[in-house]
Design a protein around this ligand. Structure first.
Ligand code: NI
Length: 173
């Protein structure tokens, strides 16, 4: 069990395309680190490259949220996931533990089918909608080296440019 440092905007690992996990021998401790770190910083999702490990895994927990239903009412682990099918679109505001204090409106698919392995390495191909679909797309973006700032409008960049510049400077010195 360990709370890890969450890397912030400007760190090169956030721009790496994460590779599929093929060696599962240390997966349990990685999963535990991801949950410990996510809970420590009050996140609802955390991708592995946000703690510096560019492997295709993220965790999600929205069990404390209003939108949570019985199906999503537990901590979830997604390994080697891919978006498989998409329907509709929906715009909402998102934050990110790697971009503290910043919120950006992001257009996402309204619902998706996501293919992944769970923590017991069982295969799933599951439809998600609403908040879960949004979080999964956000975390899957992390695995592809994408961030919410990639969806920023010129107005967003004007508003958050200074904060982004400071983070980038912090990560390149
Ligand atoms: Ni994020």
């Amino acid at each position: 069990m360990a709370v890890k440092k969450v890397v912030t905007y400007g760190h090169p690992v956030l721009r790496k395309v994460s590779s599929d996990i093929t060696d599962f021998s240390n997966i349990d401790s990685l999963i535990q680190d991801l949950f410990d770190t996510m809970y420590e910083f009050d996140g609802i999702g955390l991708a592995s490259n946000q703690i510096g490990i560019d492997k295709r895994i993220f965790v999600v927990d929205i069990s404390h949220m209003e939108e949570s239903d019985e199906e999503s009412n537990k901590p979830l682990v997604f390994i080697n996931g891919r978006v498989d099918n998409t329907v509709g679109s929906d715009v909402d505001s998102e934050g990110c533990l790697s971009l503290p204090e910043i919120r950006i409106n992001v257009e996402r698919y309204e619902s998706i089918r996501y293919k992944y392995l769970d923590r017991d390495l069982n295969k799933h191909s599951t439809n998600f909608s609403g908040l879960l679909a949004r979080i999964i797309q956000h975390e899957n973006d992390h695995l592809d080296g994408k961030l919410i700032t990639d969806y920023a409008t010129p107005a967003d960049l004007l508003k958050h440019g200074k904060a982004l510049e400071l983070m980038r400077a912090e990560n390149t010195k």
